[in-house]
Design a binder for this molecule. Structure first.
Ligand code: GAR
Length: 224
């Protein structure tokens, strides 16, 4: 993008933070490729230099950055380095997409209600790791994924969108995880669109979506 394009482009610039494979980042990048989508990718940043998603993004000509957490003595110093890099890129929103570091309260508060995270469970159930194994062990009949605004506590914050999937009798963590991941790729762009359009209002610790149609889709709320 030229300097002139960047100044006339009204789409909200987004930084996407990853730690690994980056399939959710790819889903967001693909959504942003539509000129009608209200956000554009300003930066893909990883704390892991070897993250596979970084190569994918760089190959597509996207701005990429590596801020290795191991190079910083404290979480606050790491977060400050990331924050500087994200602001330098001009981002106005941050999307955590498989970013596996807990952010400090200072970083989170500095961005207010402008950080999204995707989590592979129907929050507030199954925060943390190994969510698919835990859903199977618990005998859950429905599982799914959540996109939420970020608070300093792990996997916490007002829910923007969720999708549920059935847990099938023969499921393994892998088959269930694949079913959930397909829904993550569906609801993360939806949630980013809602936030970028300014349609997400926080009331207490819940999100109210402005102009949302009553959900016609059985398993995604709000409806795409
Ligand atoms: C995704 O399933 C995401 O929901 C999860 O990590 C995976 C990253 O995959 N995130 C969390 O567990 C955060 N608590 P990806 O790198 O292919 O997007």
């Amino acid at each position: 993008m030229t300097q002139e394009d960047a100044t006339t482009d009204r789409r909200v610039p987004v930084a996407i933070l990853i730690s690994g494979r980056g399939s959710n980042m790819m889903a967001l990048v693909e959504a942003c490729a539509d000129p009608a989508f209200p956000a554009r990718v300003a930066l893909v940043l990883s704390n892991e230099p070897d993250a596979a998603g970084l190569t994918w993004a760089a190959d597509r000509g996207l701005p990429v950055a590596v801020v290795p957490h191991r190079d910083h003595e404290t979480r606050a110093a790491f977060d400050a380095a990331m924050d500087a890099r994200i602001r330098e890129a001009g981002a106005r929103l941050v999307c955590l997409a498989g970013f596996m570091r807990l952010l400090t309260p200072g970083f989170v508060e500095g961005w207010g209600d402008r950080i999204l995270n995707v989590h592979p469970a129907l929050l507030p159930a199954f925060k943390g790791l190994h969510t698919h194994e835990r859903a199977l062990d618990a005998g859950a009949k429905l599982h799914g994924c959540t996109v939420h605004l970020v608070r300093p506590e792990m996997d916490s914050g007002p829910i923007v969108a969720q999708a549920a999937v059935p847990v099938l009798p023969d499921d393994t963590p892998e088959t269930l995880g694949a079913r959930v991941l397909a829904q993550e790729h569906r609801i993360y762009p939806l949630a980013l669109r809602l936030l970028a359009e300014g349609r997400v209002r926080v009331s207490g610790e819940a999100c109210v979506i402005q102009g949302a149609e009553p959900s016609g889709a059985a398993l995604v709320n709000p409806a795409p």
